[in-house]
Design a protein around this ligand. Structure first.
Ligand code: GDP
Ligand code: MG
Length: 436
């Protein structure tokens, strides 16, 4: 399967210290084959491999990973991107009853998914109603009725042969019975045809669903793209439920659908039990496809380290740009926590000498804080405001001389200058860290 194929490719790279362009080309060729064999749409494969290769060749790497691990990371990133990047949750609008309509080919798993959705909604304290609009197979409404009975959810099946009428009556039934979400199960056909599309469009027009979910059988293979595109064009839909993920699907459908239709996968269904409908998480799916627990957790910690570096850089940049007197007080407190100035100074080269000469005034910090405490909030944040009359006021308030206040402001300005010198290039380096 796809996971095994990919793992084989990566373990081939692992032994190598440096990856040459040929190594990467070979690996990409194999990835391409593996994806095609997993039934991923060929256009999707083409652009996927092109992007991944480009990134690998550009040696966009994290230092803490080996070259092979970096390739795995890039492939994982791109797989996540392909699968949709953001998590897709079921979002209900404020309209009551909310209407969710399911569409898809016959046998794709709509009726099963309808019951699973109802079960999930019930768990979330909603009171759903299932509406059976598949009027072509007598067994279809019975099937929904049975499933609804198992989970204790009301089913509306109406009578007669008009699915549009049943759908609108179903919504009225929800109102009458205080149900807040209506799930409309529609009839599919074995293949895309106009009759099915016309019917889906008519139900959509009549019920104005808050969302339409297309149910896709994960085992459909290459054809998934054609079917989804046809539905996207005719009835349009908001997201996909990928069913039968528990089968031996090759994964191609899941990997193609977002790219081809622009619609996210919202749920995956993997079994016949009502609780086997999971929210879809692209990153988890990508990891599942890669199937390499150790390497993936290694990559995650490398990414975390890189993120921490970026965060630190941001803090430094902030300090450089906006150091004010409040920061000055914070810094003083920090110094005190570390054991005071004497301890810090004696740790510096030549520090002992300074200590011996009595150049360290431990009380200076307290002094400083008293002065800053006499300043207004605005003055602390914008020391430039401190003109002569303000300085005189502060000196009087703190019980010190104006010269003490001047001294403090001078120290502050020196510190600010020093910090600027210590981090001259932080800004320019911003976008380049962690890359070579
Ligand atoms: P519909 O024609 O679109 O309504 O499809 P159904 O909901 O009737 O499902 C068709 C068949 O697939 C039934 O036998 C279901 O039990 C089965 N099925 C649906 N979803 C899943 C799933 O997630 N896993 C498995 N293993 N079988 C499923
Ligand atoms: Mg059905």
């Amino acid at each position: 399967n796809l996971s095994e194929r990919l793992q084989g490719i990566f373990s081939g790279l692992r032994g190598k210290g440096r990856l040459t362009e040929d190594d990467i080309n070979d690996a990409m060729r194999e990835i391409r084959m593996a994806l095609l064999e997993a039934d991923v749409n060929f256009k999707v494969v083409k652009s996927f491999v092109a992007r991944t290769k480009e990134r690998c060749l550009n040696a966009e790497v994290l230092d803490s990973l080996t070259p092979a691990q970096n390739v795995v990371k890039i492939v994982m990133d791109e797989l996540t991107e392909l699968l949709g990047r953001t998590d897709s949750k079921l979002v209900l609008t404020s309209r009551i009853p909310n209407v969710i309509m399911l569409v898809g080919l016959q046998g794709s798993g709509k009726t099963t998914a309808a019951a699973k959705l109802a079960y999930r909604l019930q768990q979330e304290n909603h009171s759903p109603l299932l509406v059976a609009c598949d009027v072509y197979r007598p067994a279809a409404a019975d099937q929904l009725q049975t499933l609804g009975g198992e989970i204790g959810v009301r089913v509306y099946r109406g009578d007669g042969q008009d699915p549009v009428k049943i759908a609108t009556e179903g919504i009225q039934d929800a109102v009458d019975n205080l149900r807040d979400v209506v799930i409309i199960d529609t009839a599919g056909r074995l293949h895309v045809d106009d009759e099915m599309m016309d019917e889906a469009e008519a139900i959509k027009r009549a019920t104005k669903p808050d969302q339409i979910l297309m149910v896709v059988d994960a085992m459909t293979g290459q054809d998934v793209v054609n079917v989804a595109s046809a539905f996207a064009e005719r009835v349009d839909f908001d997201g996909v439920i990928m069913s039968k993920m528990d089968g031996d699907a090759r994964g191609g459908g899941a990997l193609s659908i977002k790219q081809v239709t622009g619609k996210p996968i919202k749920f995956i269904s993997s079994g016949e039990k009502p609780d086997s409908l999971e929210e879809f998480h692209p990153d988890r799916m990508a990891k599942r496809i890669l199937g390499m627990g150790d390497v993936v957790s290694l990559i995650e910690s490398a990414v975390k380290v890189q993120q921490e570096e970026i965060e630190q850089e941001q803090t430094e940049r902030m300090m450089r740009a906006q150091l004010n007197l409040n920061d000055f007080v914070d810094m003083n407190r920090q110094i005190r926590k570390m054991g005071g100035i004497s301890k810090l100074v004696s740790a510096l080269p030549g520090g002992d000498k300074a200590m011996a000469k009595g150049e360290v005034d431990e009380g200076a910090l307290d002094h400083m804080e008293v002065i800053i405490n006499s300043m207004t909030k605005a003055e602390r944040e914008k020391p430039d405001l401190l003109n002569g009359s303000r300085r005189a006021r502060i000196a009087a308030g703190a019980g010190v001389t104006v010269s003490d206040v001047n001294q403090l402001i001078k120290k502050f300005n020196e510190t600010k200058k020093m910090m600027k010198k210590m981090m001259p290039a932080a800004e320019e380096m911003g976008g380049k860290k962690g890359k070579k």
